[in-house]
Design a protein around this ligand. Sequence first.
Ligand code: XUL
Ligand code: CO
Length: 450
Amino acid sequence: MSRKVFIGDTEYFPGISQIEYEGPESDNPLAFKSYDPNRVVAGKTMEEHLRFAVCYWHTFCASGADPFGPGTRNHAWARAADAMDRSRDRADAAFEFFTKLNVPFWCFHDFDLASEGASVAESENNLKAMVDLAKERQAETGMRLLWGTANMFSNPRFMNGASTNPNFEVVTWAAAQVKAALDATVELGGESYVFWGGREGYVCLQNTDTRRELEHMATFLEKARDYGRSIGFEGTFLIEPKPMEPMKHQYDFDAQTVIGFLRHHGLAGDFKLNIEANHATLAGHSFAHDLRMAADAGLLGSVDANRGDPQNGWDTDQFPLHLYDCVHGMMVILEAGGLQPGGLNFDAKVRRESTDLEDMFIAHIGGMDSFARGLVIADSIRSDPRLSDMLKNRYASFDSGDGKRFEDGELGLAELRDIAAASAEPTQLSGKQELVENLINDHMAGRAAT
Ligand code: XUL
Ligand code: CO
């Protein structure tokens, strides 16, 4: 489908035309070197595998402000005096950006898209008006919504949490936002709905009834699920783990914590996980680790594609331009059979010092090319029998005999002891880590140029 590249009367990214695939030889910073949407890898096109999404918040709402100073970017779409005019300008800029970049999906929080009103009803009306506009823009451009969510962490009323707030009044305001954001997501045909528990956690354990707060969170999620299903939402509900920041401790700490919580509360049939790379690293894991834990549980829903900085402890939300992360991540995603109906959402921001308009494109192009390379290299590794054979052989002792009986739960502890007592010292089996790492490097070197 051919898509119009800018919307309305104003071109917000003048001088930047449709971003095209030009191939590995191109030296044009505003072209894809590896992401060729129609190229088929492992039976699907790159566009179908990667399902890229641009996020509204970092890309169109942020100005580069940090705790030490104001924004460094004064975008044309953020200048109108009236809040609704600003929202409309921002939407036009966003849809121009999406189409020029040629991504199929976008994601938003309620109050990225519309400004928050002074009452529940006013906020609902603002959001409805912007959803109507976004729906028109989606129809004009062919863009689709990967997921919607509600921002229940910025407003000071949520300083002690949203669904886990010790004050019931605040819980009801959180519910009002989720209800409206679910309505909006359904109206826009969103494929998933995300809960990121920004302030669902604590700063002081001694002033917090954690047992009660976790029960409240489960009840709230159940009611949100029931409401979503009642209005015809057929997509996936997603929980996005993060261990800390802004709170000292957040309940959705990491993939395994969330998996345990969902299973404990009987929510795993409707909810999956949205794994964010920088959140996994904040929890002391790698991106691929949290992807793998989610995939093993059959709960890998979607991905927030970004990266942290190994020298910093915090959530820097940098663009995912480190090839190893993308290769390791795509190995798990391919193993899991893909992401659909999820996708790769760039929950990432250009650095405060990257102030040219084109930097927004360059950052996304880099992320898309990195994951496209990651896909090609991961597929190449997966089709090399050396790795799969090594993995299979490593566990071969469980494929037959007593090992198989143990796997099937047929041997008790005393029987296992008797087997040990009758055997010699176990054979030493090398883990071959360096061999595996060399093999991955060989594929990277062989394929990285494509
Ligand atoms: C914050 C974060 C959020 C969620 C959506 O760290 O990742 O933007 O993705 O609320
Ligand atoms: Co995120």
